[in-house]
Design a protein around this ligand. Structure first.
Ligand code: CO
Length: 222
């Protein structure tokens, strides 16, 4: 574990390394950011966004919280997504969970967690939505892993419910929303291959925020 002082030594070395690779690196970095990716992941220290994707500074806009949740009343995550979509014009939005997630584990534990209750409640709701499937898995570790995956799928679905995401997609064919899981044991990123178009179509029965449905009604179309 690095000491506090070592962090600044590491930083100087990193600056030197980056300049050795590209003398203009920091001039370019300071100009502006144009990342194609928004990554929403867990705060867990073992899942560093840029490193696991092999991406450089400037390549990915990042938001992290406990158990990678996308709550529509969380001003923080909503601001990040709206900024990424409206101003950075990102092409892909990734919700990335990870197996052995402490937040998901805590949510599976039927116990009063104090201040964490309202946060964990979102994951407990994911369990309730998928209760039949999860209860049919007898192996607890496997059930835990499946809840991690289902939580990613539900949080990705929450991203797809956002008006700005739907409107941009309608206009330009992106952003595409993805769900990934990081496996701490192997270091491998797993794409859950969520069917973005199908989820969008399915949820728009209730969550169509593009204005198309209401316009049709006003016009007396269908
Ligand atoms: Co976690």
């Amino acid at each position: 574990m690095a000491t506090y002082e070592q962090i600044f030594e590491n930083n100087r070395k990193w600056v030197a390394d980056m300049k050795a690779k590209d003398t203009d690196f920091f001039e370019k970095l300071a100009r502006e950011q144009t990342p194609d990716y928004l990554y929403i992941g867990c705060s867990d220290s073992r899942v560093p966004a840029n490193e696991i994707m092999g991406l450089e500074p400037g390549d990915v806009f990042v938001h992290r919280n406990v158990a990678n949740l996308v709550n529509n009343t969380d001003l923080n995550v909503m601001s990040v997504i709206n900024f990424a979509v409206k101003h950075l014009d990102v092409k892909h939005i990734i919700v990335c969970g990870h197996y052995n997630c402490g937040g998901v584990k805590a949510a599976m534990t039927p116990k009063d967690m104090g201040l964490l209750n309202p946060w964990l409640r979102t994951i407990r709701d994911v369990y309730r939505l998928h209760e039949d499937e999860l209860d049919s898995i007898t192996d607890e570790q496997k059930r835990y892993s499946r809840l991690v995956e289902l939580n990613v799928i539900e949080q990705a679905t929450n991203v797809i419910k956002i008006a700005g995401v739907q409107k941009n997609y309608q206009k330009q064919g992106y952003p595409i929303v993805h769900g990934w899981v990081f496996d701490l044991h192997s270091g491998i990123l797993i794409d859950l291959n969520i069917d973005f178009k199908n989820i969008l179509k399915r949820i728009q029965k209730i969550y169509d925020l593009t204005g198309i449905a209401s316009k049709h009604n006003e016009d007396g179309d269908d």
